[in-house]
Design a protein around this ligand. Structure first.
Ligand SMILES: [Zn+2]
Length: 375
């Protein structure tokens, strides 16, 4: 109704060109112009059109603005062409997105881990908020129960990953860390309590996860994961890397590429974090495609030297857990072929497209063309 009234007013005042003004502002809005800048742009366009019509009231431009039959036809043709182009672009975007999407998830059909369900807790009530989600539902929750996830590093990133995935009911989780809990960890590694100081991290995290959800099976490994662990990695559907050294990340990347297992990797320093899914078997790049060499000494200092704000690993680690749930249940569009960069100091998010390198020393021989799901 408001549109009819506006159209009638524009017809009466011969102000049809205001539709054009609206379209121009819409374009500028798409180009991320907002607020006062958008308003000013509108005023400037309006002023320019008014002055142009005033200076030459019988000219072509005035005819277009004041609407004549040929203009109407032109606008119709251009509008239809624009619509067709938009539809085409949308279809192309959907196709490239579908290429990297991996519905219905990465977990094959297999018996789920036996669960110590009690009379009060068979999971139905516990996972009720997942089950009502259209994108997860019963089948997604069953996939979570069947899933086997390896978490490397029970530190700042590993803490929310462990807690959220245990809470979400990921059936089998292996947790690898060779470190012990120290007081300086507690500022951000929220899976631990003060009383855990001195205990092996993998054991302390396992106890916290078990207290949160006794239905999941957790295997702690009090050691590092190395490149020789391809077999261990091959026993899992998904690896989540929250370790803090480049050498470890490199080794895990190589082992995941060899086993064809997707790898969710996050990293943090000071106020900024980033995450992505390395997965050359399904079209996404591996870590060596993007970071072929270790950063120069001092350019990427560890948290111990550079510091890190407490909630930052919580933000990035929670996003890693979210990507894991999406991968396992097949919901939405995971961060394959895209890297999310979060700047906590200025509250800004950026997503970059990243792609495989044909000459990558780690993954160029492995995986498929990336257009089709493997295995
Ligand atoms: Zn690669």
């Amino acid at each position: 109704m408001p549109f009819v009234v506006a159209g009638l007013l524009m017809w009466l005042t011969r102000g049809w060109w205001l539709f054009g003004l609206g379209a121009a502002l819409g374009l500028l809005w798409l180009m991320r112009l907002r607020g006062w800048a958008l308003f000013l742009a509108g005023v400037l366009i309006w002023l320019a059109v008014t002055v142009a019509v005033y200076r030459d009231p019988q000219g072509d431009f005035a005819n277009i603005v004041q609407w004549s039959w040929p203009t109407l036809l032109w606008v119709l043709v251009l509008g239809l062409a624009g619509l067709a182009a938009t539809r085409l672009l949308q279809a192309l975007h959907r196709r490239s997105a579908a290429r990297l999407a991996d519905a219905p998830g990465i977990v094959p059909a297999r018996p789920a881990a036996p669960q110590a369900a009690s009379a009060q807790d068979d999971g139905l009530d516990r996972y009720a908020r997942h089950i009502v989600l259209r994108e997860i539902g019963g089948p997604g929750q069953a996939a979570l129960k069947r899933a086997r996830v390896l978490v490397v590093g029970a530190g700042g990133l590993g803490a929310p990953v462990c807690l959220y995935l245990a809470a979400a009911g990921v059936g089998r989780m292996t947790l690898a860390d060779d470190d012990r809990v120290s007081l300086s960890n507690l500022q951000r590694q929220i899976v631990f309590r003060t009383a855990d100081a001195g205990r092996p991290k993998a054991d302390a995290a396992r106890d916290a996860m078990r207290a949160l959800n006794p239905l999941v099976e957790i295997t702690p490994l009090n050691r590092r994961v190395t490149q020789a662990d391809a077999e261990l990695i091959g026993q899992h559907d998904l690896v989540i890397d929250g370790s803090d050294s480049f050498a470890t990340r490199q080794a895990i990347n190589a082992a995941c590429v060899a086993a064809g297992v997707p790898l969710i990797a996050g990293s943090i320093a000071q106020w900024e974090g980033q995450l992505t899914i390395w997965d050359p078997a399904r079209g996404a790049p591996c870590m060596a495609c993007i970071f072929p060499e270790a950063p120069v000494q001092g350019l990427a200092p560890a948290c111990a030297e550079a510091g890190v704000v407490g909630p930052l690993p919580g933000v990035i680690g929670s996003m890693m857990a979210l990507e894991a749930i999406k991968l396992i249940t097949g919901a939405g569009e995971p961060l394959r072929g895209r890297m999310l960069i979060f700047d906590g100091l200025y509250s800004e998010n950026r997503v970059m497209k990243i792609s495989r390198r044909g000459d990558c020393p780690v993954c160029s021989g492995a995986g498929g063309s990336g257009h089709f799901r493997q295995g």
